[in-house]
Design a protein around this ligand. Structure first.
Ligand code: ADP
Ligand code: MG
Length: 318
């Protein structure tokens, strides 16, 4: 049983309260708030030795723990409000804690997100953050709104975090000039908060790419009851990725995850409004394919249908 099987089998229930506007199954939950608003709630855990190497710099651990949560707020089009921090520490290392706190602040200060509570206990190093945001009711970006004929886009470049990981592990020789960039994309991803907010009135569905395009677009398809066709020649990759493409192929960009870009769908009638906001965003939004009838995700290259080896990160997959 994989992580999604566990959630479906043991935890997913129809909400009892009508104030739960959206429960388990999206990037974040929506709870009815005051004055036509909804609270947007999401939590994610990073465990030493699983999500980051033992001995990783405190700054990066703090930054990334918050970034992956903020990215889920971005995927809902939410405005960040604050966060809770649950810290499990093996020992008290004040120098590490200072750097960890600085990593958190590096992201939270720019977003005016306050740390409003949490818990601190002893045990193997792990960090859980619960991020809270808000959105006007009915305006949140969800996974279940994609319709046949919508175009599929992603922000930024895919596979950068994968290259950072593979380079650091000594498994791929990324040219020196790109090394710092791809490692930064792995350690300090930039959650697309402004982009998510701008897409609220434009995208029909959205998700952030934590587990890789194939897995995460798959969640949109399942929630929306549709299929998709992706043209791999349109996959947005950086010069760094191009430089190693002959060694790594498409798979790191499709299946590794950790890029924290947004993948979203745009109905044809909203394309003019979409093109209007495009120049505001430096990351770029790239058209990669279309929503089609059915339930499968088909990846096309110039020579035919491509079957990836890596299908996305999933805890417990046997
Ligand atoms: P994301 O990658 O966007 O953080 P996940 O894949 O971790 O989302 O989780 C998928 C959905 O399942 C989310 O709505 C999440 O809140 C929910 N979920 C995950 N674990 C649990 C759990 N133990 N109990 C209830 N809901 C859970
Ligand atoms: Mg997510």
């Amino acid at each position: 049983m994989d992580e999604f099987g566990i959630i479906e089998t043991f935890f997913k229930r129809r909400p009892q309260s009508s104030r739960v506007l959206l429960g388990i199954g999206d990037d974040a939950a929506l709870m009815e708030g005051p004055a036509g608003h909804a609270y947007v709630l999401t939590t994610d855990t990073l465990v030493a030795g699983v999500h980051f190497p033992d001995g990783a710099p405190g700054f990066d651990v703090g930054y990334k723990a918050l970034a992956v949560n903020v990215s889920d707020l971005a995927a809902m089009g939410a405005r960040p409000l604050g966060f809770l921090l649950n810290l499990t520490l093996p020992t008290v290392d004040e120098a590490w804690l200072t750097r960890f706190r600085d990593g958190l602040s590096a992201l939270s200060e720019g977003l005016a997100m306050d740390l409003i509570g949490g818990d601190t206990v002893r045990g193997p190093l792990s960090v859980t953050i619960t991020a809270i945001g808000e959105v006007l009711q009915g305006e949140a970006l969800r996974r279940d709104g994609a319709r046949v004929g919508d175009r599929i886009y992603v922000s930024g470049f895919l596979g950068e975090a994968a290259l950072g990981f593979l380079a650091r592990a000594g498994r791929v020789a990324v040219p020196e000039e790109f090394l710092a960039d791809v490692v930064a994309r792995l350690d300090r991803p930039k959650p697309r908060i402004a982009e998510g907010q701008a897409l609220r009135s434009i995208a029909s569905a959205a998700i952030d790419l934590s587990d890789g395009l194939v897995a995460d677009l798959g969640h949109i398809l399942k929630a929306s009851g549709v299929g998709a066709e992706i043209d791999l020649r349109r996959l947005p990759v950086s010069d760094a990725y191009d430089a190693v493409f002959s060694t790594v192929g498409y798979d790191p960009a499709l299946g590794f995850g950790d890029d924290y870009e947004l993948c979203f769908t745009v109905p044809p009638e909203r394309l003019p409004a979409f093109h209007h906001i495009l120049p505001r965003f430096g990351c770029g939004f790239h058209y990669i394919g279309d929503i089609v009838a059915g339930e499968s995700l088909v990846l096309r290259t110039e020579t035919g249908v491509y079957i990836p080896q890596a299908l996305g990160f999933n805890h417990f997959r046997g």
